[in-house]
Design a protein around this ligand. Structure first.
Ligand SMILES: NC(=O)c1ccc[n+]([C@@H]2O[C@H](COP(=O)([O-])OP(=O)(O)OC[C@H]3O[C@@H](n4cnc5c(N)ncnc54)[C@H](OP(=O)(O)O)[C@@H]3O)[C@@H](O)[C@H]2O)c1
Length: 281
């Protein structure tokens, strides 16, 4: 029986796939791009949470016992996601692992509605609630501003964030999908330190050997900056709102979940920066 990992081209699913492959467990990636999204030869089928005609595709390939899901970038995502959970159940899936965020609450619009549905459906489940991914800093936008301009623009002010590596999230997801006993709860997946972007800039300055500066923007300035860099107004507002929440320490917290589940502490930002410094060169 196989494990379906949706979000096949994202930051966590390919990492979970690599762990499953190393353990010789069968798995299948699902991606809106279909097999062309396959990295490292991972078996991949077309899967789009926003397009019901693709939902049965993975089941035509192999029997599936568990599914890894995340928030698709579509309106009211919980409606198709809950419908997909119902379909997957009829196909024999008995465990779901959902990658949500810190703000998810059972029953609240967003991933909270999927969380609620998993509980009500009586399936085995785990809801991962990671803080912000360290890997955001090596994606196109921040890779460019850090690498070329020596700057990090945010509206997060002096808010503290327990940045977490996608490697640690993937390892927790791997356990939630494969451990004999299902967690049937949520796990707050946080990095080892609460860091402001000023502190992130200081660490990058030390690791890269050149000045990196955190530029604190107000709401309007941040939205305008993101729109100028080709983000839609909707997504620019969404990201800015997350940063404004973070400025009030919404993300701040501690959790021993990574160590408890994986047996090792989560990666620190300094270790992450050392490992990825070529990305900002
Ligand atoms: N990034 C963060 O800092 C952060 C923090 C806390 C929580 N999270 C949560 O972690 C999850 C992933 O985070 P992310 O936004 O950073 O993205 P990501 O890891 O880069 O993955 C997002 C993936 O979602 C898949 N996706 C998008 N629309 C889809 C659709 N209609 N149907 C199926 N799959 C779809 C895409 O995969 P394909 O194109 O291959 O289909 C995309 O690569 C989300 O649930 C998010 O809420 C992220």
């Amino acid at each position: 029986m196989s494990i379906l990992l949706t979000g096949g081209s994202g930051k966590t699913a390919p990492r979970v796939a690599a762990l499953l492959a190393a353990d010789k467990r069968p798995y299948l990636l699902g991606s809106r791009q279909g097999p062309s999204a396959a990295s490292n030869g991972h078996p991949t089928v077309k899967f789009d949470m926003g397009d019901e005609s693709t939902w049965t595709k993975p089941f035509e390939t192999t029997p599936i016992k568990a599914v890894y899901m995340m928030e698709p970038r579509i309106a009211t995502p919980w409606i198709p996601m809950n419908k997909f959970v119902d379909l997957a159940k009829t196909k024999g899936v008995s465990r779901f692992v959902l990658c949500a965020g810190n703000s998810a609450q059972i029953g609240k619009d967003g991933m909270g509605r999927v969380w609620e549905h998993l509980i009500e459906s009586g399936v085995d489940y785990c809801v991962l609630r990671p803080s912000w991914f360290m890997e955001n800093l090596i994606e196109d936008g921040l890779k460019f501003t850090i690498g070329k301009m020596g700057k990090i623009f945010t509206a997060a002010q002096d808010g503290e964030i327990p940045f977490i590596s996608a490697d640690d999230i993937a390892e927790v997801a791997y356990h939630a999908l494969t451990d004999e006993k299902s967690y049937n709860s949520d796990l707050s997946i946080l990095g080892p330190q609460n860091l402001t972007y000023d502190q992130i800039a200081e660490i990058l300055t030390k690791v890269l050997g050149r000045k990196i500066e955190h530029v604190k923007q107000d709401e309007a300035g941040r939205i305008a900056g993101l729109v100028q860099h080709n983000l839609s107004e909707y997504f620019a507002r969404f990201l800015t709102n997350l940063e404004l929440l973070a400025s009030k320490n919404f993300e701040k917290g501690t959790s021993d979940a990574v160590e408890r589940v994986t047996g090792h502490p989560p990666l620190s930002f300094e270790q992450f920066a050392e490992k990825n410094k070529a990305a900002w060169s």
